[in-house]
Design a protein around this ligand. Structure first.
Ligand SMILES: Cc1ncc(COP(=O)(O)O)c(C=O)c1O
Length: 414
């Protein structure tokens, strides 16, 4: 018999984590809308808590029992078992939001006196956590430019001390600049102390597991705002953390205590979206490429930002070839002009919707300077590489020709 080819993620996504025989044969998992779970015998309850609190080791093949929905729930577990198929992670933890995943993961591993490096620019909520909250708990947080190489990171270590966490968002929002994960890994390994490794955490929300697999490039944990492509329909808020079981286990302890678990209905919706994640992301990327080609040729557009484009610079293109398998469906561009011109375009589009967020099936446009990144000072924004002339587009599933007509016509009005 010829050796069997391993199943691809697009097949595994329908197979893992759910046994219909345990749910009356239901072809699709029901929503387990319950806050608590009944034990058959008192000894089962005792055992469940021994395992949940780490008082006793788990037996071979013994899975944690269901106790209480803040701890775990079948709908969350189905998503956790399935969502790992593209990243190739050992385990996943589902959260009530992307920020729930990011904050729980950081709090699981950082302690007062530690140093945390983070790529800059970064999502506003993460920025607030790092620049404002963590320093109040005695953590020193140090931004580094997204495009920094290994030598630049080492110079920061010399000034600020060795980091406990290197936190990367790649591509950066809204500049689409990639961050070198292998460089972060090398620095983390060089400065790890015995018993306390330095961790590389990567927010992979923009490219998703279809176009970027950080665990294969040295990350310890990959984090997602599942509100975006995993959910994919702009109708829920959720987050994911994935990686080695031991690290994900620590995130789950933090999740239980902070109360940042998802709820059964949201988990069920994410489970439903998983089967189309790859299809959606690939199709959205195809349409984004059509839009990028139109924008690059438009006389009102000064510059387009999209991973892998030559105008991102030679080092970025080389990194994109090494680190990514696609460019995704987020595109930023600068107009000739500033806020007034950008607002005229945003007010003139008819089919693209003026809203923040991204990764849904309908196209969204926004103005990073005054909306998603309003919390940064003008100097911080310029330093991070964008101005008030920039517009960001999250390309959805509408016909790309209609999208090009819509945006092209709005640009012609400027
Ligand atoms: C890159 C990135 N990371 C994290 C988040 C936070 O996710 P959530 O809104 O699900 O908490 C966002 C939200 O926009 C994001 O764009």
């Amino acid at each position: 018999m010829p050796e069997r080819r391993p199943l691809s993620p697009q097949t595994l996504i329908f197979e893992k984590g759910y046994d219909p025989q345990r749910s009356e044969g239901a072809a699709v998992p029901p929503v387990f809308r319950t806050s608590t779970f009944i034990f058959k015998r008192a000894a089962d309850g005792k055992r469940a808590f021994e395992i949940a609190y780490g008082l006793k080791a788990r037996g071979a093949g013994e899975s944690p029992a269901l106790i209480y929905t803040r701890v775990n729930n079948p709908n969350s577990e189905i998503v956790e078992d399935r969502a790992v198929v593209w990243d190739g992670a050992e385990a996943a933890a589902l959260f009530s939001s992307g920020m729930g995943a990011i904050s729980s993961a950081c709090l699981a591993f950082i302690r007062p006196g530690d140093v945390l490096f983070f790529s800059d620019p970064i999502y506003g909520g993460t920025e607030y956590l790092f620049r404002r909250l963590l320093p109040e708990y005695g953590v020193k947080t140090v931004p580094f430019p997204s495009g920094a190489d290994e030598a630049a990171l080492e110079r920061l270590v010399a000034v600020h001390g060795a980091p406990r966490i290197l936190f990367i968002e790649s591509p950066a929002n809204p500049t689409m600049e990639l961050c070198d994960m292998a460089a972060a890994r090398a620095v983390a390994d060089r400065h790890a102390t015995p018993g306390r490794p330095t961790l590389v955490l990567v927010d992979n929300t923009f490219l998703g597991p279809i176009f970027s697999r950080p665990l294969a490039h040295g990350a310890d944990l990959v984090l997602y705002s599942a509100t975006k492509f995993f959910g994919g329909h702009s109708d829920l808020v959720a987050g994911l953390a994935m990686g080695r079981a031991e690290l994900v286990g620590a995130c789950k302890v933090m999740r239980t205590i902070l109360g940042s678990n998802s709820d059964p209905d949201t988990a069920w919706l994410i489970h439903r979206s998983l089967g189309t994640l790859q299809l959606r992301m690939e199709k959205q990327q195809e349409s984004a490429r059509t839009l990028v080609a139109m924008l690059r040729g438009h006389p009102r557009v000064a510059r387009v930002y999209y991973p892998g484009l030559p105008e991102m610079g030679e080092a970025q293109v080389a990194l994109w070839r090494r680190q990514c398998t696609g460019s995704g469906s987020l595109v930023s561009f600068d107009l000739h002009g500033g806020e007034a011109e950008a607002f005229r375009v945003l007010d003139a589009v008819r089919h693209m919707r003026l809203a923040v967020s991204l990764g849904g099936i309908e196209t969204l446009v926004e103005h990073p300077w005054s909306m998603t990144h309003a919390d940064m000072t003008p100097q911080e924004k310029r330093h991070a590489g964008f101005t008030d002339a920039m517009i960001r587009v999250s390309v959805g599933l509408e016909d790309p020709a209609d999208l090009c007509d819509d945006l092209g016509r709005a640009l012609d009005l400027v």
